[in-house]
Design a protein around this ligand. Structure first.
Ligand code: PRP
Length: 208
């Protein structure tokens, strides 16, 4: 059996669709359930349903052989695993965003930046030789500038509707082309290669 770590949430449905197109019986992923461990109907695949940011942890540890996760999370988590395939799902960008009438805010000497991408943000400002106060949050990031907790946010923007609904705009697109990636545990790729490699080949056909 191949064990997958799959992200709950917006990437979850797209991941299930892709696996289905590759011939997996994933009906179980569409059922409304609170169960976190599921098996495909044909018993070929096991699924662990986890928070998106935890997918790399399960794959690095070898608890899951494969995972589907956003490039943003991979950049943030920096785990020791193989990135096998760009699945071209859920395309978004990592952006600095804030109020439209205060575009010069980015030149503030000590910019207050709210984000759930703490490591990426710290690296980015260090590379630029700029100082910033990073304010770690876990969600609803757009609330930070609205309430005065931060000057700007550093977050993923997909449709832009969350920014718009909160009166914010993109001030700078920092990393474009953030998409979902198939990742593999380094040991599993050797020990389960007969099962895993044909599946990866099928996935590759589906995304090209
Ligand atoms: C993400 C992100 C933005 C939003 C962007 O949050 O943090 O808030 O999606 O998407 P959009 O450009 O299509 O509006 P998510 O929905 O994952 O929820 P969270 O606030 O709990 O992190």
């Amino acid at each position: 059996m191949i064990y997958f770590a799959l992200a709950k949430g917006r990437l979850g449905d797209a991941s299930a669709d892709l696996l289905e197109r590759c011939g997996a019986d994933v009906r179980v992923l569409r059922e409304k359930t609170r169960k976190l461990v599921l098996e495909s109907g044909d018993k070929k695949y096991g699924f662990f349903l986890v928070k998106p940011s935890d997918v790399p942890t399960y794959v690095e540890a070898g608890v899951a052989d494969l995972g589907i996760v956003g490039k943003d999370t991979l950049m943030e988590e920096e785990k020791d695993l193989y990135e096998m395939l760009d699945l071209r799902l859920g395309e978004c960008s990592l952006c600095l965003a804030g109020f439209p009438d205060r575009k010069d805010v980015l030149t503030n000497p000590l910019l207050r930046v709210a984000t759930k991408y703490v490591r990426i943000a710290k690296r980015m400002f260090a590379e630029r030789g700029e100082e910033a106060e990073i304010i770690p949050l876990h969600g609803s990031i757009e609330l930070a500038p609205v309430t005065g907790l931060a000057d700007v946010i550093f977050d993923v923007v997909q449709t832009g509707s969350t920014l718009k609904a909160n009166g914010l705009v993109v001030l700078e697109e920092v990393y474009a082309g953030i998409t979902a990636r198939l990742v593999a545990n380094k040991v599993s790729l050797k020990t389960k290669s007969e099962e895993i490699l044909p599946l990866i080949a099928r996935m590759k056909e589906m995304v090209i």
